[in-house]
Design a protein around this ligand. Structure first.
Ligand code: NAP
Length: 283
């Protein structure tokens, strides 16, 4: 199976390339721009069976200031990829986000829950989901969340784990919000699960794909330093103490209900975090 991976040098994309191995056709931003329909013509020549679109405008706060740019990549980009995928009869996998939800639920969101994004980023990704669903027949929307992976997010200049480590090393005071809950997820686990998932040829539709469990960002930070065995002090704070441009859902944990029904399980986030720290050589 030939799998074209858009955003191949990104945090998730690079792990997909590694996990899919010989099956992967890596495509970086230099090879194609999802906002430019003409540039997607390369996919007509390559004719992959599957296209995984990880391209994203991922800066949540900047998206409030530059909504057109965010929609260009996350929504129009998804529309362009959906059209091409349909034309070449490829399966189109769009990488979605937990930020499509408003965070008012008290238990993890399943695929049956109705999105109601609170910010431009979430809305642009939700628009991307709808274009994916409505413009190509063979599609999967795979929602992931709070990613950490070896490469770090190119668009964000790293990931939360690296940010914590960097702050600890510089001796800065570390303050982390304890009133926002999410499902931390290792990109390598998403890549491995997605490979297994595609082999099963499940029904087309929306799927959640996160490591099991959830925590606050404060709890996540504490676990990082526990695993590292670094005696770092972290101060829990409320999210309203941070001046951030975009609103965030208070609770955006996801549950992989449809994966569970397929017999696919993702390990708990703590185990995944430990492996990440090992992969990076910290432990
Ligand atoms: N990071 C998270 O916590 C998180 C959470 C939920 C969902 N997601 C979603 O997961 C996906 C992957 O995120 P990530 O953390 O791997 O981010 P990333 O490291 O920034 O990867 C995004 C990739 O897309 C490429 N790209 C950006 N704009 C493009 C365009 N117009 N055309 C073609 N390629 C383009 C980037 O290349 P350049 O850098 O060269 O532009 C980069 O390789 C995104 O769709 C994001 O919305 C991420």
């Amino acid at each position: 199976m030939e799998v074209a991976i858009i955003g191949a040098n990104g945090q998730l994309g690079s792990d997909l390339v590694e996990v899919f191995g010989k099956e992967a056709i890596p495509l970086t931003h230099k090879d194609l721009d999802v906002t430019d329909f003409e540039s997607l013509g390369i996919l007509k020549e390559l004719k992959p069976e599957v296209i995984i679109n990880t391209a994203g405008y991922v800066k949540v706060d900047d998206a409030e200031l530059y909504p057109v740019e965010a929609f260009q990549v996350n929504a129009i980009g998804a529309l362009n990829v959906a059209k091409i995928a349909n034309e070449i009869n490829a399966i189109n996998v769009y990488i979605g986000t937990d930020y499509v939800f408003d965070g008012t639920k008290d238990e993890p969101y399943t695929e049956e829950d109705v999105p109601n994004p609170l910010n431009v980023y979430g809305l642009s990704k939700y628009a991307g989901e709808i274009f994916t669903k409505n413009y190509c027949k063979k599609y999967y929307v795979v929602r992931v969340a709070s990613l950490f992976g070896k490469a770090g997010a190119r668009g964000k200049g790293g990931n939360f784990v690296e940010l914590m480590i960097q702050r600890a090393k510089s001796g800065e005071e570390i303050k982390v919000v304890n009133d926002i809950f999410m499902s931390p997820t290792y990109t390598k686990d998403v890549a491995r699960t997605l490979k297994e998932f595609l082999k099963l040829k499940p029904e087309f539709g929306i799927y959640h794909m996160v490591n099991e469990g959830y925590c606050s960002w404060y709890e996540f930070a504490k676990m990082i330093f526990n695993l590292l065995e670094w005696g770092v002090e972290i101060k829990p704070i409320k999210s309203n103490e941070l001046e951030r441009i975009a609103k965030r859902p208070r609770f955006s944990a996801l549950r992989n209900k449809k994966l569970e029904n397929l017999g696919l399980r993702m390990r708990p986030w703590k185990e995944a975090l430990e492996d990440y720290l090992k992969e990076k050589g910290y432990i």
